[in-house]
Every structure is written in C-alpha cells, then in structure tokens.
Design a protein around this ligand. Structure first.
Ligand code: THR
Ligand code: THR
Lengths: 165, 165
C-alpha cells in the first residue's frame, strides 16, 4: 500500500458560499472569482461539480470574518448571472487527511468517509488533491471528526500530527 | 502578492464518473468509495458540492483504462442508493496550476478561469488545494489550455515548467 497518511488537519476559520444554478458556459466561474478578487477576498476551497441541464453550482469558502462582504458581492454577481440562489453558511469546518500517494487510493478516502459515517457525521463537500482529502462538515463535529480520524489513521504513529490551519 | 504559480500540470489519463442525486446522509460517500476500493480502482479527483433538497452529486475520476470496470461497480452501488443517474465521460483532461500560497488568492483562480473563458474553454469541474487549482475540461482543449495558462502564468519565468502527470 503506497499511500501514507501523515497527519490530520482542520480549519474552523472558514465559511462557505454556494452559488446555485449558474449557467454552465465559459466565463461564469471567471466572473464570480474576479468579483471576489477585486475586493481582495481570500478564497480557500473552490468546488464545482458537473452540471445538470446546463446549470452548475459553484461553492467556495472564505474567512468567517469576510463572510458578509463576500456574500454581498456574490449576491450581486449571482443576480447578473440569474443564478437560482446564493446560500451562505458559517457553521462549517474543513477537515483533511494529509499524506502522500493518496491520489490513487480509493481505500484511503473510503476509510476516511466510513469513519465519519460511523459517527453520523454528514459530509457536505469533498475536494481532493494528491496530498490531501478535504471534507466540509458541520462545525460542531470538528473535535469529534479530528479525534476519530486520528484514531483511524494516526493512533499508532506518534510521529504523525494533528494540526490546525 | 504572496502567491506564486510555479508550474502548469495536465493529466489526460483520467475519465470521470458522476453519481447524480444520491441521498445526502452519512454513509453514502463511504459506500461508493468502499466499493471502488474493494475492486482496487485508483481514484484521483473526488468532488462533491453541497446538496440541494437532500440530494447530492459525487463525481470522481479514474484511469481511462479502468473506466468500464469502475462504471459497472458504480452503477451497482448507485442502484442500491436509488441514485438518479450515473454518467461516465472519458473525454476529459485535468489541468492544474501549481504553486504556493494560492489558497488565499481569489486572484489566481480568477486569472486562470478568465484565461480559459477567453478561449471559450468550458470548466466542467473545479477542485482546489493550497498548492493546486485543478479544473476538468474537455480533452480536446488540453494543448490549448496548457498553452494559454503557460502564457498567463509562466511565460516570463523560464525556470518554471509544464509537466504531465
Ligand atoms: C460553471 C462554470 O464553471 C462554467 N462552466 C465556466 O466555465 O465558467
Ligand atoms: C453525499 C454524501 O457525501 C453524504 N453526505 C455522506 O456523508 O456520505
């Protein structure tokens, strides 16, 4: 098994904004991100899944303290795009398992998602890279999620670590 | 500006499978990934956005040569979950800008998305980490996308690189 989980990370400083039902054509994602960039908003996660019937949802996370400003900007752009809805939610936490060689292992993601499910923690968003599998969950489950992921992946390896972003 | 783009990466070896309209409750993502893991399927991107009306879409990418096996497994699980649909697509390419400090910069994403939009390249999926912004686009645009992202971010820095995964 070539993949190695080296740590658990969590970030409680973020809030999410979902732009629902935007046209799936070139320039739409650019319009949203450009408006945020113009106002110097910091963006962490950006998640967009495949569209249905020509409409897509784009969700991104911002610092909690920037939420109201980001929300206002987003609503303006969403109106121009005739999006269906804009939903802001500051009760999230991003929890990640960090490692190497994880990109090719469905097993690592399976173990992570199973551990969360076993504890009745719902996964709101998923985003991956080759060194990180991140999920957004409800903020109240942060400590529980970190503890169970630590038990699942790190417990027997004192050299590994939990770290907060 | 603290973020630095150090390279453009692309990966034409992947195909995507979208599981549409799965119940947004604990255990669902785990069920899908466990079935894939059991059959030793390699999974690269996993993207799930926030749900609408209790239903979510989960999309993941697999090696093109594993697509038919992964598709068969996924359809089976999707039936058990009473998902709305399973959509497989092997005509995608994953293109990424790689760098440091990008997680807080809407500007980097804005420039990337604008460059693609300017060339009429539609963004099908977006997934980010602090060192990588990845998009899935139609495979036929691979060379064009890599070239324009290189012109946008790398052109004046011969020490940077384009690399294929
Ligand atoms: C939905 C959005 O990503 C659109 N497809 C775009 O390219 O901008
Ligand atoms: C949709 C899926 O991610 C579900 N929310 C789960 O936790 O498994």
């Amino acid at each position: 098994d070539a993949s190695v989980v080296t740590g658990i990370a969590y970030d409680k400083s973020e809030a999410k904004i979902a732009v629902i039902g935007i046209p799936d054509k070139p320039g739409v994602a650019a319009k949203i991100l450009t408006a945020l960039a113009k106002d110097d908003i910091s963006v962490d996660m950006i998640v967009q899944n495949v569209s249905q019937a020509g409409l897509a949802d784009l969700t991104f996370s911002v610092k909690k303290q920037e939420l109201s400003r980001a929300h206002a900007i987003t609503r303006e752009i969403a109106d121009e795009l005739q999006a269906k809805n804009v939903v802001a939610d500051e009760r999230i936490c991003k929890v990640s398992i960090v490692g190497i060689g994880m990109r090719s292992h469905a097993g690592v993601a399976a173990r992570m998602f199973t551990a969360l499910a076993y504890n009745n923690i719902n996964i709101q968003m998923i985003s991956t890279s080759d060194i990180k599998i991140s999920v957004a969950i409800e903020e109240k489950y942060t400590e529980l999620a970190v503890r169970i992921l630590h038990e699942t992946f790190i417990q027997d390896s004192p050299s590994k670590s939990i770290y907060a972003n």
